[in-house]
Each structure stands twice: as structure tokens, then as C-alpha cells.
Design a protein around this ligand. Structure first.
Ligand SMILES: C[S@@+](CC[C@H](N)C(=O)[O-])C[C@H]1O[C@@H](n2cnc3c(N)ncnc32)[C@H](O)[C@@H]1O
Length: 282
């Protein structure tokens, strides 16, 4: 049991402290913390302060600024991000991927290359890139003849660790069709009986990496399709606009950008062609 310092039990988050922390988070990763997020910041960072050697939010903030290793900043951003996701979230995107995007990309690809590149740009705990990988395996006749890669990135190191393990509690695969569960998941045994693991043939298609969407990208090759879903909602218009232009630069001509269905490029100046709700094309 953790012993709590009684002096810290009534931690106050002043307006000034909230402002400073919000500015730091915005400058670092584009996340716009509205006043409605105040309680979230207080609860999530408060936990770290109570369990650490800090006396106040100001004290903690100063520590983050002075920490040359950058580790405390990573922890701070980890605790602020919202990582909700699930397999085949927004099923319409995966239907469109399987029936339209993939067949077209495959037709277009010269037979001596057969290379397809995907990017899951805010992959959270991995359900999105693994859903893309399963879709590829379902549609491509002989995947071993193709050079396939899904780059999966996120700001949070915590979620990336879980994603890389490919291990999920059983209830997390409720949205996966039974046939795909049978084909692509291993059931745990003994103390792992309540867990499943993605099979190696799926995992080997996905490469995880920490990447902050607000920092310059250094991709070596362009992508055929980018999933950047349910992350732009946390950014303000200015950050969204910058990001959308940078994603455009990373795509091949004719490549696709998929954003979350509750997101929209309306009100943003951008060079994309609209395809259907939440799907755009270079
Ligand atoms: C709600 S999840 C979306 C997961 C998945 N794309 C989906 O649609 O289900 C949002 C993810 O965006 C990540 N994120 C937030 N700001 C980011 C940034 N500046 N760069 C990269 N990832 C970021 C968070 O860590 C979180 O895992």
C-alpha cells in the first residue's frame, strides 16, 4: 500500500499552474487542453505528484522543465493523452480499405515491386495497425510475394509498449469477427487464459515507433495510405492545418488519408480531394 503525504492530500491546481501546463502540452504535442480538461489534468498529474517527491503542481512543472533526460516530459504527455481505441473501429473504413483502396493499390503496383506502405499515425495500443494488417492478409492472395509494411506510431511510450506485445485481454477482441479471431489470434493458457496474442504473421507486418505528430517527420519513403484517426480532435485548427499539409507531403500521388468519422477537414485549407466521409486522396 502506498503511504500518502497528508500535506499533499489537498493539492490545488491554480489557474496559473493550469495555464503553464496547458501551454507546455500544446507546445510539445499540439494537444489543446480546454478548461473542461482541468479536472483531468488535476487527477492524472495529481497522482504523479502525490506519489513523487513534489509539493505542488508548480514544483512538478519546474522539475519537468529542468529534466534534461526528457523522461518526465514523456511521462507527463503519457498521462495526458486519451488512448481509447478498439479493433476495426469505424468498420466502414476497413470495408472501404478491403473493397476499394487495396484492390486499387494492388492493381497500380508494378509486378516487379509489389510494395505497399501504410502508416497508422496515432496507433495507441495497436488495435488500428493490427486491424489494417489483418485486412491486408485477408485481401492479398499471396502476401509472401509482397513487400508490406505498416508503420505504427504514437506519442505515448506506455501505449506503444502494450501495442508491441500484441497481447490483449480477451474482452478487447469482441469487435473482431470470429473467423478472424480463429485465424489471427492465439489463446492464452494457464495464467494467460484471459488473454489473447496476435499471431506472428500479423505482428511481423507492423513496425512500432514513437513519433510526435507535431515534430518534423523523417520517413524514408512515401505512404500509399495513412490512417490518422481520432487524434486531430485534440488539436486546435492551426495545428490541424499544419499536420494535414505535412501528411499530404508524406503520401504518394493517388494515396489515401483516412481521418476519424467525427473529424473533418472542413474549415481547413488543404490540397486533398474528398472521396467520401472521412476519406481523402492526394
Ligand atoms: C484516441 S487514440 C486514437 C487511436 C486510433 N487511431 C483510433 O482511432 O482508434 C489517440 C492517440 O493519439 C495519440 N497522440 C496524441 N497526441 C499525439 C501527437 N502529438 N503525436 C502522436 N500521437 C499523439 C495519443 O497518445 C493516443 O494514443
Amino acid at each position: 500500500m502506498q503511504i500518502q503525504n497528508p500535506l499533499k492530500s489537498s493539492l490545488e491546481l491554480t489557474d496559473r499552474e493550469f495555464e503553464k501546463i496547458s501551454r507546455l502540452v500544446y507546445d510539445q504535442c499540439g494537444i489543446h487542453l480546454t478548461d473542461g480538461k482541468r479536472e483531468l489534468v488535476k487527477a492524472r498529474l495529481g497522482k504523479r505528484i502525490r506519489n513523487g517527491p513534489f509539493h505542488s503542481f508548480q514544483d512538478y512543472y519546474q522539475y519537468v522543465l529542468k529534466d534534461d533526460s526528457g523522461q518526465e516530459l514523456i511521462q507527463l504527455l503519457d498521462s495526458i493523452t486519451t488512448n481509447f481505441t478498439f479493433f476495426f473501429r469505424e468498420q466502414k473504413h476497413f470495408d472501404f480499405l478491403q473493397t476499394e483502396i487495396l484492390p486499387e493499390l494492388m492493381r497500380r503496383e508494378p509486378s516487379n515491386k509489389r510494395r505497399l506502405r501504410f502508416w497508422s499515425a496515432a496507433c495507441s495500443t495497436g488495435e488500428e495497425p493490427y486491424s489494417i494488417a489483418m485486412s491486408l492478409l485477408e485481401i492479398i492472395d499471396r502476401p509472401s510475394l509482397w513487400d508490406l509494411l505498416i508503420l505504427a506510431t504514437d506519442l505515448s511510450t506506455k501505449v506503444l509498449k502494450l501495442a508491441e506485445s500484441g497481447i490483449y485481454p480477451k474482452e478487447r477482441i469482441q469487435s473482431v469477427p470470429p473467423l478472424l479471431i480463429k485465424k489471427y489470434f492465439l489463446r492464452g493458457e494457464g495464467r494467460w487464459k484471459d488473454y489473447v496474442k496476435m499471431k506472428e504473421e500479423v505482428r511481423k507486418l507492423v513496425q512500432f515507433k514513437r513519433l510526435n505528430l507535431m515534430e518534423p517527420f523523417d520517413h524514408r519513403e512515401p505512404f500509399d495510405c495513412i490512417f490518422c484517426r481520432n487524434v486531430m480532435i485534440y488539436f486546435d485548427k492551426k495545428a490541424q492545418q499544419t499536420l494535414v499539409h505535412r501528411l499530404y507531403e508524406c503520401l504518394r500521388k493517388g494515396g489515401f488519408l483516412l481521418i476519424g468519422h467525427s473529424e473533418s477537414l472542413t474549415g481547413i485549407e488543404h490540397p486533398f480531394q474528398y472521396v467520401r466521409p472521412a476519406v481523402y486522396r492526394k
